[in-house]
Design a protein around this ligand. Structure first.
Ligand SMILES: [Zn+2]
Ligand SMILES: [Zn+2]
Length: 262
């Protein structure tokens, strides 16, 4: 084989390479005794004795029929010095080389198989990493989109809130305006009432109705809207709105009180 010297060097420069059981779900590091086949496969002692006890023997790695007497061999991976000293003794140099050649071919095949398997695993892992990265990028993009949608929602809700605040202050302003008008009317009503009382007591045409301002004739006749009720109408807040609505028909109540008093 023309590529033997190169692969031989590769095998020599990788002294840590150890044969692994070629059964794909075992892959145990081989030591002690191992089973080797004519199809260049190797198995641990346990799997070799299991697989090759049947007849006909079939290689569990490549399904080759191993019917020959020397197609499967149980071999000692680290033979004794004595064995090494004697096993090839007496053979012709070309036979020794041929045996070595075959043994090295077997080793080269195993190293290459292992390299291919590692390359395959590596490319598969690389593919998985790429797929994961792609998935992560997609996830990030979709999260980013979700986040942007939420940001948009927050912004529009803020706008709505601002609009509500504006409307609220408008309504509050209108309410205050109505309070002021109510107070003015209340003042007029009070002055009218006092004027009526005054004219009944004294002169019926000596006072003006138009100003709404009344000169106090006695401590009891001062306008009641300048008292605690008036303060309530001026101040803002939900409590006072309620107060306002409670007085939604104040004129009638006041009139009734007025009538009852007379
Ligand atoms: Zn095994
Ligand atoms: Zn095989």
């Amino acid at each position: 084989m023309s590529n033997t010297p190169a692969t031989f060097r590769t095998a020599m420069s990788a002294p840590k390479f150890t044969l692994l059981c070629n059964l794909h779900n075992c892959r145990a590091k081989l030591s002690g005794f191992a089973w080797v086949t004519a199809c260049s496969h190797a198995f641990c002692d346990q799997h070799g004795s299991e697989e090759f006890s049947r007849t006909p023997a079939i290689c569990p790695a490549c399904s080759s029929m191993l019917s020959g007497k020397l197609d499967v061999l149980r071999t000692e991976l680290a033979p004794s010095e004595q064995y090494k000293a004697m096993v090839l003794v007496g053979l012709r140099p070309e036979t020794v080389l041929e045996i070595s050649h075959k043994a090295l071919d077997f080793w080269t095949y195993q190293v290459n198989q292992e390299r291919l398997l590692m390359e395959y695993s590596l490319s598969r892992a690389g593919g998985q990493v790429l797929q994961m990265e792609k998935f992560m990028i997609q996830q990030n993009q979709s999260k980013e989109l979700e986040l942007n949608a939420l940001r948009g929602e927050i912004a529009s809700l803020k706008k709505v809130l601002e609009e509500y605040k504006r409307k609220y202050s408008e309504v509050l302003e209108r309410l205050n305006e109505q309070n002021r008008q109510y107070q003015k009317l209340q003042g007029l009503l009070d002055s009218l009432r006092m004027h009526t009382l005054g004219t009944r007591e004294k002169d019926p045409i000596s006072h003006s109705f138009t100003t709404g301002l009344v000169k106090p004739r006695s401590p009891h006749s001062s306008p009641s809207f300048l008292g605690s009720e008036g303060d309530r109408f001026f101040s803002l807040g939900p409590e006072n709105n309620k107060t306002f609505f409670q007085f939604s028909t104040p004129t009638r109540d006041r009139t009734q009180t007025f009538i009852k008093k007379n």
